[in-house]
Design a protein around this ligand. Sequence first.
Ligand SMILES: Cc1cc2nc3c(=O)[nH]c(=O)nc-3n(C[C@H](O)[C@H](O)[C@H](O)COP(=O)(O)O)c2cc1C
Ligand code: SF4
Ligand code: FES
Length: 596
Amino acid sequence: MLLSSATHEKIRNEIPHFPHPRGALLFALHQARDEVGQLNREVYAEVGSLFGMRAGEVAEVASFYSLFMLPPAKAVIQVCTNLPCCLRGARGMVEMLEHRLGIQAGTTSPDGRFAIAEVECLGSCGSAPVVQVNRNPYLEFVTPEYLQEIVGSPEAALDARHPAPIISIIPDGVDGYLLPPNGAKWPALDDYRAHGGYQAVVKAGAMTPKEIAGLVKDAGLRGRGGAGFVTGLKWTFMPPKDDRPRYLAINADESEPGTFKDRQIMERNPHLMIEGIMIASMAVEANAAFIYIRGEYVDAYATVRSAIEQAYQAGILGENALGFGRRFDMHIQPGAGAYICGEESGMLESMEGKKGQPRKRPPFPAQKGLWGQPTTVDNAETVSHVPAILMRGADWFKAEGVEKAAGHTLFGVSGHVKNPGVFELKLGVNLRDLIYKYAGGLEEGRTVKAVVPGGVSMPVLRGDQIDIAMDHESVRKVNTLLGTAGVIVMDDRTCMVRAALVIARFFEHESCGQCTQCREGTGWIYRILGRIERGEGRLEDLDQIKATSDFMEGKCICALSDAAAWAGSNFLRQFRSEFEAHINQHRCPLPESFSI
Ligand SMILES: Cc1cc2nc3c(=O)[nH]c(=O)nc-3n(C[C@H](O)[C@H](O)[C@H](O)COP(=O)(O)O)c2cc1C
Ligand code: SF4
Ligand code: FES
């Protein structure tokens, strides 16, 4: 046996939390990798024996996930090289590590002590640059000097802790209800209860499911996971209650570059999310809720898991939950480094212990979701708004935002700003204020050249378009979308071809490969942008980007293909002359731009 009996026991204890044992498969693979360093056929066979699976079946699942495929080493130094981290010097970190350790990124040192891996967005863009050693807590706001210091030995790298300041705040004058005030953390049940926690769910207990959904619909809450669908309306899509189990699946995958808000709730106010999940579950009459959290978020995972355990001990969850006379269960599942597992049906597949490949719809999750049962999917932030709506009412919530965009949201601001972070503000805040008033503006003498307004899936804006309100309807006037409200700011030195190239690399890496248009199209856009960026492009390439985007848009199983198409074609639409300059001058005309 390669795995210890303690690991076997941990895995066995996890399995009963799920209707089907495979719900614990990703958890098991994490435990195995943490123990033996590299997954191989023997490990797959041993893990498989606990799930009634053949080694090959386990290997097929594991190979889908980046975290299980990292290079083997005692200390694997993972450097995020997605856009917000690159804008703040991530390439310098990789180069320093390569020089210091004498190995290339993506490889392991001959003695097996170190490996360097360039990884996609770690969901902490506001504290860029970000590094993770194995599955340890993130090292945030790192500098080359700091990294230089900790890579003296694998032990030092594994022991390294670089606690970051709290970057999520409720700005002065805002009556926050999502984040605890003054940088506080409320991981303990007593903290949350001392601030009025778990009263909203008691109130909901006196309402019918229809009344709860009606209230949340009247309040105008829209999903915060990217699409902005009306939450209360979505809850009514569940079929009439019958004797089948029904589930709520909470999406805390948070892997879209520029998006780093759900983690702030989970680490600072986990019981708020749990209470919101309970109320949402009452509305959709779910028997159990499962939270899917990205595998790299080790602190958030531990905090939420402990909060759930506290809730069980206090009788808030479990048999006769809160004294309402019925059983209600909640459990958390780790992802393993795949952006596509944030897409709701990819997430459901992954939660079932499979490759996270999106499903064809119909049937939609409300008809046939987790383990084939009626399921509602909500984002982690979305449900966290619900307790306040129950306590303060729909009219109050509506007044906290603007028409068709009610309530606060957690705006993330990253990139070239002095004070990147997460700001709890009313929807409809002005984008210029968000950048200059809340995020501290840009370095002296610099101006805004471009802004991605809601995660890299959303069409980019030019610097002269930032006098807009940040709500779902207003941003449409400038041909973009609010997405996850994760704003990436780029200053006047930034090369737009390079920015588009990093984003294209991301989509090419994350396409699950099921649809030809997406699998091939993301690769074409990445390669075309690459040659333009290197000064080897041709003017016909610009038409080819547009044609490839048209070939990809609206034709695939999920919206990743559309997002990848929009990203490429919108950078070109907004900054065409800069693309042409690269081609005509056979080089990048912006020598001071960030490196990738
Ligand atoms: C490629 C892709 C990635 C996504 N990633 C996430 C994610 O990380 N978190 C999330 O909540 N929604 C994500 N979504 C949106 C989900 O599919 C879904 O709309 C959302 O979880 C629903 O919750 P909401 O209505 O509360 O927003 C993603 C969608 C796509 C197409
Ligand atoms: S659009 Fe892309 S990511 Fe989505 S299912 Fe098709 S290949 Fe996979
Ligand atoms: S954490 Fe690096 S880009 Fe998001």
